[in-house]
Design a protein around this ligand. Structure first.
Ligand SMILES: Cc1cc2nc3c(=O)[nH]c(=O)nc-3n(C[C@H](O)[C@H](O)[C@H](O)COP(=O)(O)O)c2cc1C
Length: 192
């Protein structure tokens, strides 16, 4: 194998950051409940490396509840300007409290307050209720640092399979598939 999948991801991600006009960190996250019913949404990549791909969220959200039932997850990046996609599949582990605290502390104060105000994925009677809750949270922490809410944290998707897809002319696309077998990565090509 000429290159490992994490080096290749670093290269592609750097190019996406330089070239994609919007949200190069945006990735679709697919989860499934205990009966295998899937759901998918966009989240932002906040850390990556051989140990996995990290995102942050409310752990009582629908995705958090599904991940508690079924730790398998899949990620998908589509960098349209580059005509590339990366598919990642694996299982999640929870980011340590220290790592989540450090990331939470780096967010803007309004984002920190928003994390307290939002009961993500729960039904709301109106937008006004949410805005009122935000104002209450703002008043509650006035003059103090905003701590990380106990239900807000990170997940790390630990990959077992990573596929890099590049558009080629005449639909002769290129698909490089890396799979983890007995602790080491091997590479193969797939028919497009
Ligand atoms: C560009 C973009 C970035 C987003 N980033 C995040 C994120 O990092 N974390 C998050 O919890 N939700 C993020 N969201 C919102 C999610 O897509 C989703 O609406 C929310 O997390 C609730 O999903 P769930 O009900 O399936 O748990 C983002 C949405 C968009 C469009």
């Amino acid at each position: 194998m000429a290159i490992d999948p994490f080096e290749l991801f670093d290269q592609w991600f750097a190019e996406a950051r330089a070239r994609e006009p919007n949200d190069p960190e945006a990735m679709a996250l697919a989860t499934a409940d205990q009966d295998g019913r899937p759901s998918v949404r966009i989240v932002l990549l906040k850390g990556h490396g051989p140990e996995g791909f990290v995102f942050y969220t409310n752990q009582r959200s629908r995705k958090g509840e599904e991940l508690a039932q079924n730790r398998s997850a899949a990620l998908l990046f589509h960098w349209k300007s580059l005509r590339r996609q990366v598919r990642i599949e694996g299982s999640v582990s929870i980011v340590s409290c220290a790592e989540a605290d450090a990331y939470f502390a780096s967010r803007s104060r309004d984002s920190q307050l928003g994390a307290w105000a939002s009961d993500q994925s729960r039904a709301l009677d109106s937008r006004a209720t949410f805005e009122q809750r935000f104002e209450e949270v703002k008043a509650r922490f006035d003059g103090h640092d905003v701590p990380r809410p106990p239900t807000w944290g990170g997940y790390r998707v630990v990959p077992q399979r990573i596929e890099f897809w590049t558009a080629r002319p005449h639909r002769l696309h290129e698909r490089r598939l890396f799979t983890l077998q007995d602790g080491s990565w091997s590479e193969g090509l797939l028919y497009p």
